[in-house]
Write a protein that binds this ligand. Structure first.
Ligand code: ADE
Ligand code: ZN
Length: 320
């Protein structure tokens, strides 16, 4: 199953930056970010808050559209090695151009150009989900939504909300989600990672999302789990991320198998692969080892991902 074609719906472009790539950029730009790496050269952080700090420090090296062009190629090369044929990645105007629409358009053009090169060379298709950062607050999220709306199309296909789920309420971000929806973008939000079932209910009710990033803590309310199963709401589950960040001690304690058994539609993703020492291949291998799932289960995850992907029907047809 590790050779199966894989589709990944929950992936952050900056979070997928290989540490060596970020170190190389830092050297070129004479920036000292040595404190974010351990002795082996991997990203190091203590907990989720520290993870966000290290993540944002790493993004400080990414200054220009050209940097994002190089980043996109480096990241897709890694994904392609795991057999990923389709990836939706979160992109944040907060890190590219400071939410200025004109600058943002230049970053999107660069990322898209690199994606087209990767598609031709490596057979991997990339689409972007413009993502507001929750702990940066609703005002910045509104500007982010305007950037998203201005670039909505066949490459930018969605709008999302990442960052610290404990900051503010989903309803604070409703304007941005309405704006993105009107621009034709699909919607997803991180919830049920650092917040409980009420947080999942709130993004469904107040932001009208089609998919949920993580969503695993829905397991703490079985009535909600049944509602998710009945409505067919897709969870973008990232087991390795949840374990690396200390949400669960190991895969046996992770709710993915229970959610699956109760009929919730699931996909599997890496979130921020080098931060969590993971790849799509490793996620599949670890799940196989923990639950003895066979190829059919993984084919089911890939099919769910294809059905729930935000790209257009022609792209889906090519992926089938
Ligand atoms: N941004 C990157 N990774 C994230 C995660 N796991 N949760 C929230 N925001 C993130
Ligand atoms: Zn995420």
């Amino acid at each position: 199953m590790t050779r199966q074609p894989k589709l990944e719906l929950h992936h952050h472009l900056e979070g997928a930056a290989p540490p060596a790539f970020i170190r190389g950029l830092a050297k070129e730009k004479h920036l000292d970010i040595s404190g974010i790496f351990d002795a082996a050269g991997n990203y190091q952080y203590k907990d989720f808050a520290d993870f966000l700090r290290v993540y944002e420090a790493a993004t400080q090296t990414l200054k220009t559209p050209e940097d994002y062009h190089r980043l996109t190629l480096a990241v897709l090369e890694e994904s392609a090695k795991s057999g990923v044929i389709y990836c939706e990645t979160f992109l944040s105007p907060d890190f590219c151009g400071g939410r200025d629409v004109g600058a943002w358009q230049d970053y999107v053009a660069a990322i898209r150009d690199a994606a087209q090169m990767a598609e031709a060379q490596m057979g991997i298709t990339l689409r972007g989900i413009v993502t507001a950062i929750r702990h940066f607050g609703p005002d910045k999220a509104r500007q982010t939504a305007i950037c998203a709306a201005e670039t909505a199309g066949d490459f930018i296909v969605g709008f999302g909300l990442a960052g610290d789920e404990r900051a503010g309420q989903p309803a604070d971000f409703a304007w941005g989600f309405d704006c993105a929806h009107e621009a034709g973008l699909h919607l997803t939000a991180h919830a049920g990672e650092w917040g409980g079932p009420e947080s999942v209910r709130a993004v469904l009710r107040d932001l009208r999302v089609e998919r949920i990033g993580h969503g695993v803590r829905a397991i703490e309310d079985l009535a909600l789990v049944d509602e998710l199963a009945e409505s067919g709401t897709v969870l973008e589950v990232c087991p390795g991320s949840n374990i690396a960040l200390g949400l669960y001690p190991n895969l046996r304690a992770h709710p993915i198998a229970q959610l699956y058994a109760r009929g919730v539609k699931l996909t599997v993703s890496t979130d921020d692969p080098p931060f969590f020492h993971t790849t799509m291949t490793r996620e599949y291998e670890n799940l196989h080892e923990a639950f003895d799932w066979d190829e059919g289960v993984f084919d089911g995850f890939a099919q769910t991902a294809l059905d729930a992907a935000f790209c257009d029907v022609d792209t889906k047809a090519e992926l089938r």
